[in-house]
Design a binder for this molecule. Structure first.
Ligand code: R5P
Length: 294
């Protein structure tokens, strides 16, 4: 029997495409807040013996977290065979160390809570920096659907003579993979961050790439300050106006205007989150994984 998907925040158009391409069915439920702010949930689809999957939008996770847990636990109590998660943007991956003595390593605690309530998880390009693999913090099976192949295809179709630029050392993993798939050079810059919106990035340091079209690739664009600092430096060093690509367009500030004002020619992202810049589609790959399982 096909899997039963419960949409908890993904864009309706994306969900329809996932249903059509995976052959999964859509489950129905009611959710609302009581006047005191507590949550009411009611499953309207029979779930006994079904493999269920929650489709989760990972942005602003604190506001939604309890609803995910209520849904998972209720599905299990009502007989679901398993409850998995498709969460294209996996939040809480960036606090992966205690930078100051009292800080909470939220990535670890978030992973522990998710692992306690779900059976497996599918995501795209989680921010693996100081962790080598999700299995270091998640105790359930996980599958990463990489964005690099679709990003590489988009670059081949849309940018002439590209060079892929990573704005910081963490981006090396994605940038190197994308460059090898496109068949072009890459360079990784160095970043110094002294606050949420205070970022410095080094200048490019190679003469042989100066005539190419720079394509900045990063996993997350949040305030846009990392990309903006990199764009300004590339332009100041005499390169062409860069294209900016983010896998996860969190875009917490006025990112697109900031990047355009800094000198970017275009800003595009993957459809891990719903945003007008999300022109690079992973829908088909997620649908295949939903159909085949982990
Ligand atoms: C962190 O290292 C990530 O890879 C991104 O570079 C970072 O999250 C971007 O954040 P922002 O857009 O706020 O500079």
């Amino acid at each position: 029997m096909s899997r039963l998907l419960f949409n908890m925040g993904l864009d309706a158009q994306l969900v329809n495409a996932l249903l059509a391409e995976s052959g999964c069915e859509l489950g129905d439920y009611e959710i609302r807040q009581f006047p005191d702010g507590e949550t009411y949930q009611n499953l309207l689809t029979e779930v006994a013996d079904r493999e269920c999957v929650l489709l989760i939008n990972g942005v602003q996770p604190d506001a939604q977290f309890l609803s995910w847990i209520y849904m998972a636990d209720n599905l299990k109590e009502l007989g679901a065979k398993s409850v998995g998660l498709l969460i294209p943007y996996l939040p809480y991956m960036r606090q992966d160390i205690r930078f100051k003595p009292g800080e909470c390593v939220t990535s670890r605690h978030f992973a522990k809570m998710i692992s306690e309530h779900f059976d497996w998880l599918i995501t795209t390009d989680p921010h693996l920096h100081r962790y080598d693999a999700l299995s270091e913090i998640y105790s359930i099976p996980t599958k990463i659907v990489p964005a690099a192949p679709v990003i590489a295809e988009w670059i081949k179709d849309n940018v002439a003579d590209p060079v892929i630029i990573g704005p910081d050392i963490e981006s090396q993993q994605w940038v190197a993979e994308v460059a090898s798939m496109v068949g072009c050079e890459y360079e990784v810059l160095l970043k110094e961050r002294s606050g949420d919106r205070d970022v410095k990035v080094s200048l490019p340091n190679r003469n042989d790439i100066m005539e190419c079209t720079p394509v900045l690739v990063d996993d997350i664009i949040s305030t846009g300050r990392t990309m903006a600092a990199a764009v300004s430096n590339l332009v100041a060093s005499g390169m062409k106006a860069p294209t900016c690509i983010g896998v996860h367009p969190l875009f917490s500030d006025e990112c697109v205007s900031l990047l355009k004002e800094s000198g970017a020619s275009q800003v595009v992202s993957c459809n891990t989150l719903n945003h007008p810049s999300a022109k690079i589609e992973l829908t088909g790959v997620w649908a295949k994984v939903l159909q085949q399982g982990l």
